[in-house]
Design a protein. Sequence first.
Length: 205
Amino acid sequence: MSDMTPLVLKEWESFYVIVGSSAGALTGLQFVVLTLIAEFVAVRGSADAMSAFGSPNVVHFCVALLISAILSSPWHGLGPAGFSVTLCGVGGLLYCLAVVRRARNQSEYTPVLEDWVWHTILPILAYAILVGAGFELARAVTGVLFPIGAATLLLIFIGIHNAWDTVTYVTLERTRELRSTPARETTTREGSVSPPETGRGVEKA
């Protein structure tokens, strides 16, 4: 960081190096996970389900990376940094509203309470904290750097949980489907074996 950077931001340099690096690595890993699901698990899902339960994870990781970059930049004051954090929070809140609408409109999967908590409530909470804390940081209230750090870390935890939840759900669904395939072949056998189904579609991506 530049010597002109406020001292209070320099004290958070190591924290955001760790958080930003983790967010960048997890973003790439999310693409790998989705590719493996599509290629090897051989299930297909609707675009609405993917945009409601898969794409937000990438967004959360990217926002965490962006916040880390913002608070590691050589600002000459706290005003621009706080304003930038506030913009990130506002954009995140608007995106969360779109995610809620997509989750309600998609028909591939019926969300349960845990899904609503991790995919909508906690992200809204994290982005709301960024809005309020960013506004206070712009007013040179340095104590809000702790809520900003907590909200950024929460976004990473949300993305990790949701990505793992997606992998386990699709894997279990595919396993149940493969186990039931012989039974379907037996009931449809009439001199020749009907080809087994390849998948029902991603109910939660």
